[in-house]
Design a protein around this ligand. Structure first.
Ligand code: AMP
Ligand code: GLY
Length: 420
């Protein structure tokens, strides 16, 4: 079967690497892709926000299945349009992708279904938001309602900061915001595959969203991750599935928007149990990279079963017992304006240590691989503990020659400290 993979980040490089191992695969195409993805797929020059162009490409190249990596095409309904044309899709339709696309939708669903999450109000005007602040203690969390690529969240430590965040959100006409109670605890990410009815656990991870060591500085898309996340014990995972994920999947089915694809639950492990911070309608980036290193099965076969509604009765996916850990090499300046164009050398030397280097923001400048975005490489390694995986990943980082790049040197620090 010919498959089209959409996206251009490290997540998609990891998916391409794994899909390419499937005996069911005919030709793998990717759009827009990157030079790393091009090692496993034929790149197609189509604009992935042009749904008609994607469908035309699928027809011309006998594509039977499309794997959608990022959230934007899911939220804009590419899945619906492909399915309408009889093309299989990994990823939810527009109605189900509201779980990521609209925080207000998700919070309202949690309230109706009694799903544990931070207390909140969903406000539709700045004045309404400011008036609602009296019901919250500090710090208070202010979120823009729509897709914001991780940048729509403010944790306000003063009333003035909270008001400023609300004003920024409502500066655009038609804004809407969620004001939330601040949750205390450790964060963990839980992944499940679902076909709308059956739920299959697909691993856990912990990522590092802040740019600086010790989790300091501004938020980013993620500076590193490891899987599994031992803080999400099997008992807590079961509680999270029973109290958060299953009621969500059932509610989506009841409202006529069954969810098909991977559902990524961002959890806060509080003293009273796991609470939902947010859902994503896709794999995390860079969490996907560590999940793919550990997943032992045929990814294409599992994605096809998900899309066809055939997850019932299958054995649970098998993951390696080892820890996988990925370090993001970013271009200097990220998450502000990254310095692009810097040469990247030493990928072969890094991979000779046993690690895998997934590419994100890269492009070829003649023969030279150069940085073309904020997050550039994901140096990914496995080990028998988080400490061992971390040591292996940094050995590979040190073999790279990427002078205009930087990384955090402490990915996995919480677990490394616990491992002592
Ligand atoms: P989100 O975009 O919703 O994932 O939020 C980004 C980050 O903000 C999360 O990963 C958390 O670290 C933090 N955050 C979001 N909501 C809350 C909350 N209610 N309490 C504490 N931290 C939060
Ligand atoms: N790494 C966080 C995300 O993909 O949303």
């Amino acid at each position: 079967m010919n498959v089209l993979l959409l996206g251009s980040g490290g997540r998609e490089h990891a998916l391409a690497w794994k899909l390419a191992q499937s005996p069911l695969l005919g030709t793998l195409y990717a759009a827009p892709g990157n030079p790393g993805i091009a090692e496993h797929a034929q790149l197609a020059e189509i604009a992935i926000d042009d749904h008609r162009a994607v469908i035309d490409f699928c027809r011309r190249n006998s594509i039977g299945f499309v794997v959608i990596g990022p959230e934007a095409p899911l939220v804009s309904g590419l899945g619906d349009n492909l399915r309408m044309m009889g093309i299989g899709v990994f990823g939810p339709d527009k109605g189900a992708a509201r779980l990521e696309g609209s925080k207000g939708f998700t919070k309202d669903l949690c309230l109706r279904e009694g799903i544990p999450t931070a207390g909140y109000v969903h406000v539709r005007s700045c004045a309404g938001g400011v008036a609602a602040l009296v019901d919250f203690s500090l710090p208070v969390v202010i979120k823009a309602d729509g897709l914001a690529a991780g940048k729509g969240v403010t944790i306000a430590f003063s009333h003035a900061e909270a008001v400023a965040a609300l004003e920024a959100i409502f500066a655009d006409a038609g804004g809407s915001a969620v004001i939330e109670e601040f949750l205390e605890g450790e964060e963990a990410s839980l992944f499940v595959l679902t076909d709308g009815t059956t739920i299959v656990p697909f691993g856990s991870a912990q990522d590092h969203k802040r740019v600086g060591e010790g989790d300091s500085g501004p938020n980013t898309g993620g500076m590193g991750a490891y899987s599994p996340a031992p803080v999400l014990t099997p008992a807590l995972e079961r509680i999270a599935i029973d109290t958060i994920v299953r009621p969500t999947v059932e509610a989506m089915a009841r409202m006529g928007s069954p969810y098909s694809g991977v559902l990524y639950a961002g959890l806060m492990l509080t003293r009273v149990g796991p609470k939902l911070i947010e859902y994503n309608a896709r794999f995390g980036d860079p969490e996907c990279q560590v999940l793919m290193l550990r997943y032992q099965g045929d990814l294409l076969e599992l994605m096809l079963a998900t899309a066809k509604g055939e997850l019932a009765g299958r054995p649970d996916p098998v993951f390696s017992d080892e820890t996988a850990l990925t370090v993001v090499m970013a271009a200097k300046g990220y998450p502000g304006t990254p310095e692009t164009g810097g040469a990247i050398r030493g990928i072969d030397a890094a991979q000779a240590t046993g690690a895998l280097v997934f590419q994100a923001g890269t492009r070829l400048d003649g023969e030279t691989l150069v940085a073309s975005g904020g997050r550039v490489l994901n140096v990914t390694a496995t080990g028998r503990s988080v400490s061992a995986a971390q040591a292996a990943a940094y050995r590979a980082v040190d073999a790279l020659d990427f002078p205009s790049g930087f990384c955090r040197r402490d990915i996995g620090w919480r677990e490394v400290a616990r491992e002592g």
